[in-house]
Design a protein around this ligand. Structure first.
Ligand code: PMP
Length: 318
């Protein structure tokens, strides 16, 4: 579990405001109806200074979430990239979690949101490993949740919006109450969907499997990164429906997410996964991922947004 650690500044609609002044009214539409789109992004300390991982992809996903919910955002990707880089620089933290949020503010009384302004906030703060260093090293203990994920064409799973996380909270709180680190939820068809904040990967006989984009899960950017890295390492990766029981009989299991990075799972419902410790393929992918985000290996896909270089480029354009 993680408590917020305040930093100095939060970007709000073109201005930098003090952390304590980044407020909304209690009757803002998002508070009443859960109508905010957001992102979770990590910035890492690299030999070339702080670098935000796949910043543009995250911001694009946020703008897509807004589009689905008919939220008109005043800012384009370039402005949001510049705002994020300046924020990280101003707050002076090399490694942090960035949480851009687009929310519907104060105005509309009822569910119809159009009388509320669309506001953008970008905070960031330091955040260590999501499931703890122990889980990163030895593997998390997970369960299968009694809560299912939403069906396709109910609330859209492709949109990363606050309301979707009500289900995620039920999944995660149940897991914690029962003594597990994390839970994997099934879709309405009873097949594996995703963790409360992670995508799921299974390794069987050296082949890496993950669930398809089937309308029940978020298309994770870490998922895409790991698929790309695995293929680059010569591993076979297959996307397809995965049955629950594979969680018990697979050789290796791991979860991916911006906060969770690549977290091994060592047991599901108290049944050991493989040998009950982090498997070789998982370790390889975890190391490769961490080396990439920390700028220790070549960034072939241009996924690292180096804050200082980006800021210098913006200044030159002006
Ligand atoms: N599924 C859910 C429900 C999530 O909240 C997250 C974290 N954003 C993920 C999957 C993984 O997505 P990403 O790799 O883009 O962080």
């Amino acid at each position: 579990m993680a408590k917020l650690v305040p930093t100095e500044w939060i970007w709000h609609d073109g201005e930098f405001v003090a952390w304590k002044d980044a407020n909304v009214h209690v009757l803002s539409h998002s508070m009443q109806f859960g109508s905010s789109a957001f992102e979770g992004i990590r910035c890492y300390s690299t030999p070339r200074g702080p670098a935000v991982f796949r910043l543009e992809d995250h911001l694009q996903r946020m703008l897509n979430s807004c589009k689905i919910y008919r939220m008109d955002v005043k800012y384009g990707i370039d402005e949001l990239v510049a705002a994020t880089c300046e924020l990280v620089e101003r707050n002076g933290i090399a490694s942090c979690y960035v949480r851009p949020m687009v929310l519907r503010g104060y105005g509309a009384a009822g569910m119809v949101p159009f009388d509320s302004p669309v506001e953008v906030f970008i905070p960031c703060w330091p955040w260590g490993s999501y499931l703890g260093d122990h889980a990163m090293e030895n593997g998390a203990d997970a369960c299968v949740s009694s809560w299912h994920r939403m069906a396709p064409n109910t609330t859209p799973s492709m949109a990363k919006v606050a309301g979707n996380y009500l289900g995620g909270q039920l999944v995660k709180m149940e897991a914690l109450a029962n003594g597990y680190d994390e839970a994997i939820a099934l879709g309405p068809d009873g097949l594996i969907s995703e963790g409360s904040g992670q995508n799921v990967f299974v390794v069987q006989k050296g082949v890496v499997f993950t669930t398809p984009m089937n309308g029940t899960l978020l298309p994770g950017i870490t998922r895409d990164t790991v698929i790309t890295l695995a293929r680059g390492l010569g591993l076979e990766v297959r996307e397809g429906p995965l049955q629950r029981e594979l969680l018990y009989v697979c050789d290796e299991l791991f979860l991916t997410g911006t906060a969770s990075e690549v977290t091994p799972v060592r047991s599901v419902d108290k049944i050991p996964v493989g040998a009950g410790k982090t498997g070789e393929v998982t370790r390889l992918l975890q190391r490769t991922y961490m080396d990439l985000v920390q700028g220790k290996i070549e960034d072939k896909h241009n996924w690292l947004c180096h804050v200082t270089a980006e800021r210098a480029a913006v200044k030159q354009d002006r």
